[in-house]
Ligand binder design. Structure first.
Ligand code: NAP
Length: 249
């Protein structure tokens, strides 16, 4: 089997770090050129350099996914630098955990804006091009197992991630006739800068509660994101795949 994404262009948000960075690199290993978007411009440039080191083309884009004008600008820059987008990965995200009693309106809005509105804005901007071009496409949305279980202290995050599941299903229905598939991944606890901040004790407890007995690695989410972006999943759309090591079955 040759490279799975040869000749394709991927647009990955939050690709400066963690799961997004691993996904950008995994896609490049399979022959894709990659638009690397992150609100942290230096981190985006670093991932873009890693993509180029694999012999692929990349463009680093500093943008906030929750701002329509910035998203539209990033998509235009991608078109100019790499050509039309075949694969979109909506991965950018952040945490502002607090119990409902302590959760501020600002932190509710921020988390909903980045995850849910950001996924909507990027889908709207990228899927328009996929539809016009008529050559199909794949959209991979990063939800979270928190959406399924309603994690304590994550009213904003779990709600946004559950919203992303519904948005994925709507996208799958609306774009199926254009050959565009949309699917979601629900990771469990994955070792990234986002989760490292939670502290050793909580991570150890998580690993102990996981049937596979450990935390996941970003590469293990990227592998599923590769499956969903590639032709291996040509009859899969509107699906939600858990990548949790068996936690919260
Ligand atoms: P990460 O290492 O913190 O990477 C997320 C990246 O997104 C960061 O570079 C971050 O920049 C960027 N970002 C934040 N806000 C943005 C915005 N408005 N526009 C563009 N980029 C933005 O986190 P991760 O663990 O890889 O998480 C990636 C995705 O997986 C997130 O959607 C997360 O919710 C989801 N997820 C992660 C886990 C896990 O266990 N790690 C589990 C389930 C789901 P800054 O660092 O500058 O904020």
């Amino acid at each position: 089997m040759g490279p799975m994404l040869a000749g394709r262009v991927a647009f990955v948000t939050g690709a400066g770090s963690g799961i997004g960075r691993s996904t950008a690199i995994r896609y490049a290993e399979e022959g894709a050129d990659v638009a690397v978007l992150d609100v942290n411009g230096a981190a985006a440039a670093d991932t873009a350099a890693a993509v180029e080191a694999l012999g692929r083309s990349a463009v680093a884009l500093r943008a906030d996914v929750s701002r329509a004008a910035e998203v539209e600008g990033a998509v235009r820059q991608t078109l100019a630098a790499l050509g039309p987008v075949d694969i979109l990965v909506n991965n950018a995200g952040l945490l502002r955990d607090a119990t409902i009693r302590n959760l501020s309106e600002a932190d509710w809005d921020l988390v909903l804006d980045v995850h849910l509105k950001g996924t909507f804005l990027c889908t709207k901007a990228v899927a328009a091009g996929m539809r016009e071009r008529g050559r199909g496409g794949a959209i991979v949305n990063i939800s979270s197992i928190s959406a399924k279980i309603g994690n304590f202290g994550q009213a904003n995050y779990a709600s946004a991630k559950a919203g992303i599941v519904a948005l994925t299903k709507v996208t799958a229905r609306e774009y199926a006739k254009y050959g565009v598939r949309a699917n979601a991944i629900q990771p469990g606890m994955i070792e990234t800068p986002m989760t490292r901040a939670l502290g050793e004790e909580r991570l150890a407890r998580n690993a102990a509660e996981t049937p596979l007995g450990r935390l996941g690695r970003p590469e293990e989410v990227a592998a599923v994101a590769l499956f969903l972006a590639s032709d291996l999943s040509s009859f899969v759309t509107g699906a939600v795949i858990e990548v949790t090591g068996g936690r919260y079955l």
